[in-house]
Write a protein that binds this ligand. Structure first.
Ligand code: PEP
Ligand code: MN
Length: 342
């Protein structure tokens, strides 16, 4: 249940509604907005008949939120959430940050070169995995803590924000120490204990769609994080499995407007994992910005042909530079702008 107050409701009116929610055994959650306050609650209230709330002073309407995800829904919070992962790097506003970098952190030289190239081209955050969820246990698994230290070094040199993946609770604590945003990968989208854990941390979370997950599943996974008290969740479309092997995944761009209708959380697009092929990345990144994505996540490697993971889908640095230029033009055409760092 969500109570929408009238614009002129007094604080006594708001308190009264909160008291009623408390009396029914739930925790009220007032959400002050620009024009009016809405009041949600925590807990399963499906059995309560809330219709009488509509008759209380200052109440405009009572919405029964029937979607399985509540705090992630637009009914719960009508304004889009802006998640700021580092000063000036905001997802969900008019700015469109570009997050780029290699699939994996491989060495100091590689990640510093990548960071300089991302910065020079106009990216605002550096991505790169220190903990890699590889399909094969024999494939390169990432540098672990050393990789996080190298990312921190790259941030110190370039000022780029850092986005990197955590695969388990212990790793998430480590990532939270070093990075600006914790990535939860497609393979862990339904690792509910990990989701709950990152919900308790005070770091933004970039939650990628699972490869066989519906949008409803994605929003329910986000709900786990929100329910633990972490409001800073960025969703990410990265393609889903399908019958067609022409591309690595089927990049579901429709997810962008679908999620934006259902949820207040920002959604970014990852055309690198979404397509798996370098020459498809640029067109689909352009399309994602045109579709209204709140950010772009793209793999770029100083020497993709020598990459330890995902080389075939990693852009060459000059291709990335060209892409950012094009994204600026496309963003401007829809009244947005690619985030520019000082
Ligand atoms: C990645 O971002 O490198 C990654 C492993 O992505 P995903 O979880 O979407 O496969
Ligand atoms: Mn990758």
């Amino acid at each position: 249940m969500l109570v929408v107050m009238q614009p002129n409701a007094s604080s006594a009116d708001i308190d009264r509604v909160c008291e009623e929610i408390t009396r029914q055994g739930f925790k009220p959650l007032p959400l002050p907005g620009e024009v009016r306050t809405a009041i949600g609650l925590l807990g399963d209230d499906a059995k309560v008949d809330w219709s009488y709330i509509e008759g209380l002073p200052g109440v405009s309407s009572v919405l029964i939120v029937q979607k399985p995800f509540r705090q992630a829904s637009r009914e719960w919070k009508p304004e889009t959430t802006i998640v700021e992962i580092a000063p000036g790097v905001r997802f969900g506003g008019t700015d469109v940050p570009v997050v780029a970098g290699p699939c994996s952190v491989e060495s100091e030289q590689q990640i510093l070169a990548a960071a300089r190239q991302v910065k020079a081209a106009g990216g605002s955050a550096l991505r790169g995995g220190a903990f890699k969820p590889r399909s094969s246990p024999y494939a390169f698994q990432g540098l672990g803590k050393q990789g996080l230290e190298l990312l921190a070094l790259a941030r110190a040199e370039t000022g780029l924000a850092i986005v990197t993946e955590a695969m388990d609770e212990r790793g998430a604590d480590m990532v939270a120490e070093y990075a600006d945003c914790i990535q939860i990968g497609a393979r862990n989208m339904q690792n509910y204990s990990l989701l709950r854990h990152v919900g308790t941390l005070r770091k933004p979370v970039l939650l990628k769609r699972g490869m066989a997950a519906t949008i409803n599943d994605l929003l329910l996974s986000a709900e786990y994080i929100l329910a633990e008290g972490n409001p800073n969740v960025i969703l990410c479309e990265r393609g889903v499995r399908t019958f067609d092997s022409a591309t690595r995944n089927l990049f579901d761009l429709t997810a962008v407007p679908v999620v934006q209708k259902l949820s207040h959380l920002p959604i970014v697009a990852d055309p690198s994992h979404g397509t798996g092929l370098r020459d498809k990345v640029t067109p689909m990144a352009r399309a994602a910005v045109a579709a209204g994505a709140d950010g772009i996540l793209v793999e770029m490697h100083p020497t993709p042909d020598r990459a330890l993971s995902d080389g075939a889908q990693s852009l060459y640095p000059d291709q990335f530079g060209e892409l950012v230029k094009q994204l600026r033009t496309i963003a401007a055409a829809i009244g947005r702008s690619v985030t520019e760092m000082a």
